[in-house]
Write a protein that binds this ligand. Sequence first.
Ligand code: SF4
Ligand code: SF3
Length: 541
Amino acid sequence: MYCYQCEQTAKGQACTKIGVCGKQPEVAALQDLLVYALQGLSLVAVEARRAGVNDEAANVFTAKAMFSTLTNVNFDPERFLPLLRDCVTYREDLKAALAAKGVTPAWNEAAGFVPAPDLAGLVAQGQAHGIEKDPEPNADIKSLKQTVIYGIKGVAAYLDHAEILGQSDDSVYASIQELLADTLRLDLDLGAWVQRALDCGNANIRAMELLDAGNTGAYGHPEPTRVPLGARAGKAILISGHDLRDLELLLQQTEGTGVNIYTHGEMLPCHGYPELKKYGHFHGHYGTAWQNQLKEFSEFPGAILMTTNCIQKPSGAYMDNIFTTGLVGWPGVVHLEDKDFGPVIKRARELPGFAGDTDKGSVMVGFGRNAVMNVAGTVIDAVKGGAIRHFFLVAGCDGAKPGRNYYTEFVEKVPEDCVVLTLACGKFRFFDKQLGDIGGIPRLLDVGQCNDAYSAVKIALALAEAFECGVNDLPLSLVLSWYEQKAVAILLSLLALGVKDIRLGPSLPAFLTPNVLNHLVEHYDIKPITTPDEDLKTILG
Ligand code: SF4
Ligand code: SF3
C-alpha cells in the first residue's frame, strides 16, 4: 500500500505497510481501485453530459463512493465490493445511453475497467492502480493531481451531506467529474493543474453552501446555546460523526423511551439548531475529539452510533455497544443501513446508563453566520472603538500526533482584546476554556463543525464588506490545523477566494512536493506554524 492522504501518515511520508489510522493494505488497495473506477465513470459522465445525457443517480453515487475513501470513514473491505460493482454498472448504463445517440468514442482504459470476481482479485487490481503506479512522470504534477483527488474527496463529503438534506446542484457534480476525469490525463502542464486545484476549491465553496442551506433549511439557524458536559441519570446513547439527519432520526426514535442522547466530537454544534435542541432528551455533550474515542467510548455506559468519520478500531470494551450507519464502517461492527436505530436503542437499554446526575460545567455553541451577523453592529463598533484588536480563526481537525498542543497554547496566549473563532474538531483542544467576553461578545465563538466552514467564510466576507476592505486586509488571521481531506478541500477554497497568510499545522501535507509548496508560499504566503509566542508576535506586531 502507499497512502499519504492524511496528516498522520507514517514518518510524515506515507503509510506503506499498514495505515497509522488502522487501514489494512487490502482496504487501501480497494480504495485505490474505487478511485480508479470513479475516474473511469467520471470520464464517461463528462462525455455523456456533452451529449445531453445526465444520470443523477450516478452523480450522487460518485460523491458517496469518493467520500467512502476519505480517512477514517470505511475500513470494511466487504463494503467496497458493491461500490465497485455499482460504479461499473452506472458507467456502462451511461455508455449505453451514449451509444444510443451514436457516440462511441475510444475510451481510456479506466472507462473499460472490469472488476475481478472476488476480493483477492480486486485487491490485486487495486495494487496495480495505487499512487505509485500513476504513469505521470512529473513529480510536481503528480503532487497536484493527488491534491485535487483529496480535495474532491472533501467536496464529495459535503455533497453527500447536502444531498441527504435534499440539496444538490448539478454543476458541482459536473465539476468533480471533470476534475476526476482530468486526473487520468498526461497532457496538462503545471499551470493547468494549479488551476484545477483552484477549480476544486471553487466547487467546494458551492458544495459547502449547499450543505449550509441543507442544515439551516431543515433545522434552523444555530442559536447561542449552553451545552452541559455532565450527565443525566438514565440510559444513554452517544452519537458521533457529522450527520444532522441521523441525529434527528435518532432523537425521533428515542423520544419518550427514557433514553438520553449525548453528542460526541463534531456533533457538539448540533445543540445549537432550534429543530434539534427542542427535544427534551437531547441532553448534552460527552468527550472530546475523535482520537480519544478508545478511552472515551470504553467509559461511556450506553450505546454508540457513528454516522460518519472519524472511526477508530473499536476495543473489546465497547465492540458490542457501537453501531455504524451511512458510509462509515468497521469490520465486525453492526451496520444499520436502513436508519432503523432500534438495535442501538435496544443495546442502550441493556447497558447500565449513567447512575446519577453529574455536573461537569458547560460550553457555548451556536455562533454560526446568522448569530454572529445579528451582532455585527456591536462587533464592528468594538473594532472601530479599539475594544477588539484582532480576530483569530483557530480551526480545523484534531489528531493524535504530538505538536497539536500548539493550538491550546495559542488560544491561551491570545491577548484579552482579541476574539477567537473556531470550528471543527480541533476546538476540543480549548473548547472548555473560559475566555470571558469583550463588551458582551464572547471571546471564544464556536462557529460549528468542519462542515460549517462556509459559515466562517461568510462571516469574514461580511466583515470585509462592513469595513470596506478585502478579507486579507481585515484584522483577522487564520491558524489552521488539518488532518483529513475535507480540510484539503477547505484549504483549496480559501486559496480560490484569494485568502493569504494562512498558518497551517501541525505538519505540512506529505503529498505536496517542495516546488508545489514553494508556489503556495510565493503566491499565498502560506506558512507552517512555529510557536504560539512567535506566531502571535508576528501577527500582532
Ligand atoms: Fe496512513 Fe492517513 Fe492513509 Fe490512513 S489515511 S493509511 S493514516 S495516510
Ligand atoms: Fe475532525 Fe475527523 Fe477533520 Fe470534522 S472528526 S474535522 S478530523
